[in-house]
Design a protein. Sequence first.
Length: 297
Amino acid sequence: MALRLILILLIVTSLLYSIFNNVYVDTSSSSEYKLNEDDLIIAVLTSGKLLNRLENIENSWKRHFNPENIIFISDDTNKTSDIFQKYLKNPNFYIGVDDNGTSCFSLKQGLTCKDEFLYRLLIQKYPHKKWFLRIIDDTWIQRENLLTFLSKLNPSVPYYIGHTIWYNFDVVPPKYCGDKKPDGVDILNYCDGGTGWIISKPVLEKINLAWPLWRELSAKKIWDDWVFGAFMQALQLPICFSGETIEQFGSFPLWLDNWRDRNYFCQNRHVPVMRHFSDGKMVEADQIFSSFDCTAP
């Protein structure tokens, strides 16, 4: 009896903490959730100027997934090129457009526009999915790690997960691409856009009810990962996690000299996604990482 009371008190305390600190706590007794790859959509944001990167994706991590669960959002830059025409025949290749039907800008300037197009598309075409991973065209994915990571999370809980960046505008003022400090935001917790982020179905449903707020934030012309982070904060959907720490979601191997080193990889073998694999390095990484045996001494 006493043990039961202690357990009840612990659960109540945990829930109260989550309410007052905007942290979602999964109180389910199960540590594993039934998950298969078809519960997930992977969305890759790219540009007509960078479609050669899709060749790297085709020859690396995409080979390990069902291609029906992968979609591409581009702009129409270089639309007359052979490679553009090739991908245009792929039914999962979309041209991101704004409300006027005008193609989103290329590269970083168009990411916020492509994000909005993406989430409207997901709501319309994939509302039955449980998880939505948004990455860019130089992000590498480890399939087993990604599915293992998600299998520990309850998809009915609103999750916004990624490689977390804590940005204090008073300490480091915005300095890129004309970025502005969002109104009423002093400290912004957001997921790095290069590594990407995952949201669960309840978050997608909340997004669908808050497009005016999204427009208000995106009109400030700050980077799209900032916009999305501020959007999540405004919806009281902070970065949250369960079972594994947020730092285990992504890493930055090409900022280090030892990313090809087996010991370095095996120390980070749980990581589902890594960023900045451009110029053919993604194919090399996929081959090298597949060859590492982390069980050997």
